[in-house]
Write a protein that binds this ligand. Structure first.
Ligand code: GAL
Length: 432
């Protein structure tokens, strides 16, 4: 728990309310071919955009991979769904229960061409799981790959997009994570695409084919591009899906968490409604992270508006961890209905050192202006000037601690707070 040291310069009474900056733009559902100069596969590749009926806000849910790897089955997935309800996660907004790699047999059905759910793991098929998940008011996610095989060697969907999208729709799938393993040589990118437009790269076109197939079924599906930050995905991801992985796989270590934040902080212009950089799944509950690092893991994913998909056996979460992942004020920032943009780095004071990842972030929500401070080093006082926070200006401000749900007081000119090693302070600031 962070210790707060407050520097109080003066107290003022006032009634000015900082108005929220409302950002209501959304990308259109279809895009047209960029130029007539396109050749080869890019000339004829589908340009249909992702469904606008889902994916406006970053996804909240759970995924089986970090918890179980390939060792999955119906019991574990349905158990996670039931725990969403009994632990209060569903009430907090967690919605998607996602099956990752290893759910199918190695071979497609010879007559239908469909991928076959492994009957020893999923005796009621994927539709049987979907029924149980839907009955709880939740949504079901599945996993496939924009290559010939998944990363664990099961059938991928490249060349079979239509038949697979149709099966997923029929089974009641609401979310597709689409991976990037086992890509045939002719589908890789060996040079920069024409006009440096990565939307027309072979990588993007592999994903665009699945967007079109999903659209064809008429069932809205949240489409996640698991492309590990390749092919400048942040430039075109929103024209193809709702969220896209920015890096390789997360692990339960501070170096992994902090390097993912650093990589993502460079591409925050891409984030808005229907458009989310995916920082990968959560490691809270899997050991390897201090309590403060778990708070930063959750807070940064929330204020950068990444999907938050829990990645542990939910039975293992203790009360403190549950408090972190159900923090109402951070979730409200993440799920804000009126502001789609994330918090972005700012220079806190003239003498603030440059760190990787950046330590100070500011952003808006329906409630006002927020500042988030990640301590990348050892416990220290962290100071910012109100005038340096975009949109605030100088004067007197009230500061509210979003973790504790407590007002900290009224301050003039600047604010200082002691933040523990690798912890994150989360603040709401209002003109006093
Ligand atoms: C990786 C992916 C992981 C997980 C794994 C399954 O490529 O980044 O999140 O899905 O494949 O094999």
């Amino acid at each position: 728990m962070a210790v707060f040291l407050l520097r109080l310069f003066s107290c003022v009474l006032g009634a000015l309310v900082v108005s929220a900056i409302v950002h209501a733009s959304a990308p259109s559902a279809t895009t047209t071919a960029a130029t007539s100069t396109l050749t080869g596969i890019a000339a004829t590749a589908p340009t249909i955009g992702p469904s606008q009926q889902v994916g406006r806000l970053p996804a909240l849910g759970w995924n089986s991979w970090n918890a179980y790897g390939c060792n999955i089955n119906e019991t574990k997935v349905v158990d996670a769904a039931n725990l969403f309800v009994s632990l209060g996660l569903a009430d907090a907004g967690y919605e998607y229960v996602n099956i990752d790699d290893c759910w199918s047999l190695q071979t497609r059905n010879a007559s239908t061409g469909r991928i076959v759910p492994d009957p020893s793991k999923f005796p009621n098929g994927i539709s049987g799981v979907a029924d149980q998940v839907h009955a709880l008011g939740l949504k079901l996610g599945i996993y496939s790959d924009a290559g010939t095989n998944t990363c664990s060697g099961f059938p991928g969907s490249l060349g079979n997009e239509a038949v697979d999208a149709e099966a997923f729709a029929e089974w009641g799938v609401d979310y597709l994570k689409y991976d990037n393993c086992n890509v045939p040589g002719n589908w890789t990118d060996t040079s920069t695409p024409p006009d440096n437009d990565w939307y027309n790269s072979n990588s993007a076109i592999r994903y665009r084919q699945m967007t079109a197939a999903l659209n064809q079924t008429g069932q809205p599906v949240h489409f996640n591009l698991c492309i590990w930050g390749n092919a400048n995905v942040w430039e075109w991801g929103a024209r193809v899906g709702h969220s896209w992985r920015m890096t390789g796989d997360v692990s339960a270590s501070w170096s992994s968490i902090s390097s993912i934040i650093a990589a993502n902080a460079q591409h925050l212009d891409a984030v808005d409604f229907f458009s989310h950089n995916d920082m990968d799944m959560m490691e809270i509950g899997n050991g390897g992270l201090t309590l403060q690092e778990q708070r930063t893991h959750f807070a940064a994913w929330a204020f950068l508006k990444s999907p938050i998909l829990l990645g542990t056996d939910l039975n293992n979460l203790n009360a403190t961890q549950l408090d972190i992942i159900t923090n109402a004020e951070l979730l409200a920032f993440h799920q804000d209905p009126d502001v789609g943009t994330p918090a972005t780095p700012f220079t806190a004071t003239a003498s603030a050192p440059t760190t990787s990842p950046p330590e100070f972030y500011a952003g808006n929500s329906s409630k006002g202006t927020h500042v988030f401070i990640i301590n990348t080093g050892t416990m220290a006082a962290k100071t910012f000037e109100f005038a340096n926070v975009p949109g605030l200006g100088s004067g007197n401000f009230t500061v509210h601690d979003m973790w504790a749900g407590e007002d900290l007081g009224t301050f003039a000119d600047s604010f200082s707070i002691t933040v523990n090693t690798h912890d994150t302070a989360a603040l709401l600031i209002d003109r006093a």
